[in-house]
Design a protein around this ligand. Structure first.
Ligand SMILES: Cc1cc2nc3c(=O)[nH]c(=O)nc-3n(C[C@H](O)[C@H](O)[C@H](O)COP(=O)(O)OP(=O)(O)OC[C@H]3O[C@@H](n4cnc5c(N)ncnc54)[C@H](O)[C@@H]3O)c2cc1C
Length: 383
């Protein structure tokens, strides 16, 4: 096979592209990954809050996590790469009006084997100080926590290279055309082209634009998400990734500090840049009722950052063959869940290519057709 041909071309070397590349190479396929940045994980992957959790409301999403979290938990032992996994947990604080539905989700999580504990508001305060007003109870996921998205992406890149994956960094895909039964992918680097029968679109928040270059409609667009960092706090405890479901405000320990935020999913699509101090003020005012100690919280504005969610119409990913053409697989639109669901996505994509369909984990709920048929349960734990 020439240097410019492959079985599969992947566009994007974020956590999803790197997982797909390694999983495909493991199945004996030749893979080229085209990434416009000079290194892996420079897109949304390097900007995330790094959280991984099983606490979802739909069976489809819980199953993605039930594959992916044990994969991360055993990564170092199986593959010899530390990926910074820490089981600090996710603590969800649930208001009265959401409690009954929340407990139904917990029952589903338990049925699928997820270790999730139900707590009363007082015992939940062992984890983090908060005002219990309006809170019916809390749930704590013991497998939930954080990984280091840079470390895991770089690990998959190294593991992929060992199996022959060819990474081309600094390579911006600017054209994608039909060639015979496959694709000819052009880049801004001179007139270099890469040809392959199959393209995997793992371009994150840019996936809609990448697909458009091939004349395809993939309903994924960017929304700016901001994360704020506090000055060091005095409490020596490590706070789990705690989400107040009454307001959507979240926080967790980051060393001696806390990082915190509130996703603005109502915003228009667009690559808006920068940290917005008005939004910071809104987050602080929204969160201080639940976390009264925020009254004295110092803010490290320079340490705060932003990145992009790649957002689909129902905030769940699109994982599957694009129905408008042949040889094109989308793996994008993960909103705030691409870190936690990268392992299962790579596996599913590799099975689609090598076996004609994903079979280890059912990802049919994430196919394109759901937007037409409307027959898929909508996830409500979107954060
Ligand atoms: C602030 C924030 C907090 C988040 N918190 C979490 C969290 O706690 N847990 C979680 O699971 N997820 C979280 N996410 C979401 C998560 O970061 C994403 O879902 C995930 O990184 C998506 O990975 P990806 O590989 O699909 O995309 P990316 O990492 O964005 O990778 C796509 C790559 O494609 C490249 N690319 C784009 N266009 C082209 C082109 N034309 N040619 C070549 N290359 C191209 C880009 O340069 C980029 O490197 C968060 C996101 C943000 C912004």
């Amino acid at each position: 096979m020439s240097d410019r041909t492959a079985d599969v071309v992947i566009i994007g070397a974020g956590i999803v592209g790197a997982s797909c590349a390694w999983h495909l190479a493991k199945r004996g396929l030749s893979v080229v990954v085209l990434e416009r940045e000079r290194a892996p994980a420079m897109g949304s992957t390097g900007k995330s809050a790094a959280g991984v959790r099983v606490q979802f409301t739909t069976e489809a999403n819980i199953r993605l996590s039930m594959y992916s979290l044990p994969f991360y938990r055993t990564f170092a032992e199986r593959f010899g790469h530390d990926i910074g996994y820490k089981d600090i947990g996710y603590l969800l604080l649930v208001p009265h009006d959401k409690w009954d539905r929340h407990l139904e989700s917990v029952a589903l999580q338990h049925r699928l084997g997820a270790p999730v504990e139900v707590l009363d508001p007082v015992s939940a305060q062992d984890f983090i100080p908060f005002d219990t007003e309006g809170i019916a109870g809390a749930t704590y996921g013991a497998w939930d926590g954080v990984i280091d998205p840079h470390m895991v992406t770089h690990a998959w890149v190294a593991m992929g290279k060992e199996l022959g994956v060819r990474y081309r960094f600094g390579t911006h895909v600017t054209s994608i055309d039909r060639e015979g039964g496959g694709w000819r992918v052009g880049t801004g680097v001179g007139s270099e082209m890469t040809s392959a029968p199959i393209v995997v679109n793992a371009a994150g928040a840019w996936s809609g634009g990448v697909a458009a270059r091939a004349g395809l409609d993939v309903p994924v667009g960017p929304k700016r998400i901001q994360i704020f960092l506090s000055a060091p706090i005095s409490d020596p405890r490590t706070y789990p990734l705690t989400i107040d479901l009454a307001t959507g405000v979240y926080l967790r320990s980051e060393g001696e500090r806390v990082l915190f935020g509130l996703d603005n999913l109502q915003q228009e699509f667009g690559f808006t840049e920068g940290v917005d101090e008005t939004w910071l003020e809104h987050v602080l005012l929204t969160g201080v009722g639940r976390f009264p100690w925020w009254d004295d919280l110092g803010i490290d504005l320079k340490g705060s950052w932003w990145g992009y969610y790649g957002v689909s119409p129902d905030h769940s990913p699109i994982i599957g063959a694009n129905p408008a053409t042949e040889g094109w697989i989308d793996a994008c639109g993960f909103s705030g869940h691409g870190i936690m669901h990268a392992p299962v996505t790579g596996l599913a994509v590799s099975e689609m290519v090598a076996d004609g369909g994903a079979h280890t984990v059912d990802v049919s709920g994430f196919r394109h057709a759901r937007f037409d048929s409307g027959d898929v349960a909508v996830e409500t734990n979107i954060f």
